[in-house]
Design a protein around this ligand. Sequence first.
Ligand SMILES: [Zn+2]
Length: 103
Amino acid sequence: MSRRERIIELLTATEEPMDVGEIARELGLDPREAASIYEDLEHIAHSLKNSGFVLLVQPPTCKSCGYVFRDLKRLKKPSKCPRCRSERIYPPRFIIRPRDERG
Ligand SMILES: [Zn+2]
């Protein structure tokens, strides 16, 4: 199974959305590989387009002021909060669910 397939399997089975650090740990990857998982997730979002499943993204949030990054162009952790300039950001979290599921 490829790494992307393992990520799809993991995010379909998980109860709670996971960040890339948790995904890396769960798949037994080096923590330094975590950043490259964002790339996999972008490919996964595309490849799920015509399937019955969808990659849901819980947006990153600023730990200092609570700012929510709703308009992410890329799936990754932003480096800085535009509101308070803090660099302490909760990373985005990911989960795969059937497309017709609400809430
Ligand atoms: Zn902030």
